[in-house]
Design a protein around this ligand. Sequence first.
Ligand SMILES: [Zn+2]
Length: 382
Amino acid sequence: MVTSLYSLEVEKLSWPKGDTFLTFLQHYNINNKLYFDLEKEDKELCSEIRAGARYYLTKNENNELVQVLIEVSEEMQLQIYKDDDGYKFTTVPIVFDEVVETVTIPITLSPYQDILNQTSNSELANEFIRAYSGSVNFKYMRKNDKIIIKYRQKVRMGQYHGTPEIISSVVQIRKKKYFIFKNEDDGRYYNDKGKSLTSYFFKVPLTYSRISSRFTKKRWHPVLKRYRAHLGIDYAAPRGRAIYSAANGRIIFRGRKGGYGNVIKIAHKNGYVTLYAHQSRFKSGLKRGSRVRKGQLIGYVGTTGVSTGPHLHFGLYKNGRAIDPSRIIRVTKTKLKGTAKKKFLKYTKSLAQELMEKKDEPTQKVLNLKKIESKSILKSKA
Ligand SMILES: [Zn+2]
């Protein structure tokens, strides 16, 4: 898609598989000093560029790069721009709106297909199926059984942006109702009795000396006068310290990854992925596709990729979106108890009522946001 910005063309593109921040610089004849001079946190962010990520390119009439904005998370993008003394790097927050929708969906085909038909939001359909996985057998659903979902969705320039968040939902099969609610305190789904629908947990992947950098989606840096992000936890530990898989899963990446150095990525149940960066070396005998168990040795702490002291950068992703690992690791119970349970039940009681009030509402037509074309990238420049 091409739109006009002053006299320049802005192209909206999707990041090619196999390309990195450095290959991008090379392609546009930008000195790679721009990358090597970056601070550790920014170098790590450059390694968060994923194949398929959206980016917006502006070139001048001589086909030189004037500006590029590259999405690295739902909230942050990298910006390279040219001024009088050459190319500069900065990070820019993505401007988006959030809408909260409640949809009532009678079953005609299957939950996945009906959610998709009704909302044109495949991410919502995926998240719904994942949230209920193992707790409801959808094959017992019959025509005219119902699903009601209340969810929060980011919207950017007239398009769905990122993964929707289910706030509350109910599946009604004949007379029986199956509720789920997201608990804001730990980001997990629970039923109406306060029982967790996810019965496995992540383990801290090493014995560490201290946490040298915490997770932050977007933090104002008063000296640099811009927002920065750190999409994981840095655990400082001596070189060679053992790193263990945080949960059962399968290795989906094992190799070099820019600022992250030697990286292993492991896919787990329910759309979770963990990332272990800066390793000095990998445990031998493991490769892409290998199954690993929770607590299994996968590699050793090092400093590859960045030049500060030895540490493990540990990332956690849900449906491709970076989330704070400390929220998931901290939780050790499958059932809420005591005051946490009281608070949760109070919070969910009104949500359940609200959902059931919508049960006889006619099928609403949700705005098909994806059909609206984006007009300009000016709004995304904060
Ligand atoms: Zn880090």
